[in-house]
Write a protein that binds this ligand. Structure first.
Ligand SMILES: Nc1ncnc2c1ncn2[C@@H]1O[C@H](COP(=O)(O)OP(=O)(O)OP(=O)(O)O)[C@@H](O)[C@H]1O
Ligand SMILES: O=P(O)(O)OC[C@H]1O[C@H](OP(=O)(O)OP(=O)(O)O)[C@H](O)[C@@H]1O
Ligand SMILES: [Mg+2]
Length: 407
């Protein structure tokens, strides 16, 4: 006998519903196993593996075509809850765009720095749907959600593909025991003699568009997908599915449920992206200006986020000679090259130049290596400080966007 409990209970099992509860005490002849499934959908429904048959009605075009309805405000969709919500607001804050939400249950907010823009808080999948229906113009969502619900719709344009949060990957996982013990790749999984038309490989997933598409691309025929909203990792142990296709970040949930990833089983690498509706950008007054400003701020912040400013003094006879020494080291060329300025010292009433100050930007990852290289060529008094923004002459992604829009 199995009892299904909601996954969102404060404790598993809840103290008020434990085996010591008289009503649930197992008789000596009854085997109990507890499995945690989301409250919303407790049964898995199997569907066929063809792409066409599993496309969801909303995302595959039965949703109304995007119409550019007359309105004054540009609408930016942000995740209303879940792991992406706080990070999206924090990123905008780091770009000096402060989202003013009066209370967390209010679904509309303002950004005073962008007076023509409204923020609408929505679930990530609804952000994608509303971009397609024309109810939102811009959005921040995970690439996984965009790919699953956007289904390659050309109206959706990725304006910034790497917002540096929400990192995860969509991956196939199988049990690490039983018939799968020695299976370590997608190829081996596909070639297992167990799968046939009558008894296909059963995969539980929330990604019923991307999953079948991936299997089809990899020539895997005998597959059946089932859908569920969460706690998919329970499905193999419950005997409901053979494999799962779900998002992984730390890998803890897989490990705790005796599942493993397999070589060739990664469907998508994902992180948060800024996405726009093509029609909004081309037809809605002010949308292109807003996206330009958001993009410039994002690029300046994200570029600076990975860098430190390093300042050091170096003895030398001329700026040129110091530059030659600095540039002889592989990690000291900075963004465009080192800035080298004379340090004027007054000794015995005489002003002379014995030292030069070097300023370079170095990637955070290469900091220690760069400091070692600076010292090796005579650098001393090394100061390191974080960078807040790097505004380039041109925003590279802006050029790409204009080309994409044929502007
Ligand atoms: N370990 C992870 N598991 C799931 N999503 C992750 C993970 N790491 C990052 N993400 C990102 O967070 C997004 C999901 O956030 P969240 O689970 O809060 O929302 P949701 O799944 O859409 O909401 P709900 O599960 O309530 O329907 C994913 O689309 C993905 O881009
Ligand atoms: O690799 P990990 O860091 O362990 O994260 C992966 C887990 O996180 C997500 O579930 P979520 O927490 O959203 O719960 P859900 O299954 O109810 O959606 C995802 O669906 C995996 O189950
Ligand atoms: Mg989730």
């Amino acid at each position: 006998m199995s009892i299904l409990l909601p996954t969102n209970l404060p404790q598993y099992p809840s103290p008020s519903l434990s085996l010591s509860t008289p009503l649930l005490s197992p008789s000596p002849h009854t085997a109990f196993s507890f499995s945690f499934l989301p409250t919303r959908r407790k049964c898995l429904r199997f569907v066929t593996s063809s792409v066409a048959s599993v496309q969801s009605a909303v995302a595959n075009g039965s949703a109304p075509a995007a119409v550019v309805v007359e309105r004054d405000q540009i609408r930016l969709g942000l995740p209303s809850k879940g792991r992406m919500a706080a990070d999206a607001i924090d990123l905008l804050k780091d770009c000096q765009l402060f989202v003013k939400q009066v209370n967390p249950r209010q679904y509309v907010a303002q950004i005073p720095q962008l007076p023509n823009t409204e923020v609408w808080f929505q679930r990530p999948k609804d952000i994608v749907r509303k971009l397609l229906s024309g109810d939102l113009d811009l959005g921040i969502v995970g690439l996984d959600t965009l790919s699953e619900y956007g289904q390659g719709n050309e109206d959706l344009i990725i304006v910034h593909e790497a917002l540096n949060f929400g990192d995860c990957h969509l991956s196939i996982a199988i049990p690490n025991y039983g018939i799968f013990e020695n299976i370590n790749s997608l190829k081996e999984l596909a070639e297992m003699p167990q799968w046939s038309e009558e008894r296909p490989l059963r995969v539980a997933t929330g990604f019923t568009y991307l999953g079948p598409k991936f299997m089809e691309k990899n020539g895997i025929k005998h597959v059946a997908f089932s859908t569920a909203d969460g706690a998919l990792e329970a499905a193999p142990a419950m005997g409901i599915a053979d494999a799962i296709l779900d998002l992984v970040s730390s890998g803890t949930t897989l490990k705790e449920n005796n599942l493993k990833e397999i070589e060739g089983g990664v469907v998508l690498e994902s992180q948060a992206v800024l996405v726009a509706s093509r029609r909004a950008l081309t037809d809605r007054k002010g949308a292109l200006n807003t996206v330009h400003e958001i993009l410039e701020r994002l690029e300046a912040h994200l570029k600076a986020d990975g860098q430190f400013t390093v300042v050091a003094n170096m003895r030398g006879n001329s700026a040129q000679e110091v530059a030659d020494r600095v540039l002889s080291q592989p990690s000291l060329s900075g963004l465009q090259g080192p800035t080298i300025s004379p340090v004027y010292c007054k000794q015995d009433g005489k002003v002379s130049i014995d030292y030069y100050a070097i300023v370079i930007c170095v990637p955070k990852k290469a900091l220690y290596e760069s400091v070692k290289q600076l010292r090796a060529v005579g650098g001393s008094g090394v100061l390191v400080s974080p960078l807040t923004y790097i505004f380039d002459e041109e925003t590279p992604r802006w050029g790409q966007l204009l080309r994409n829009l044929k502007l």
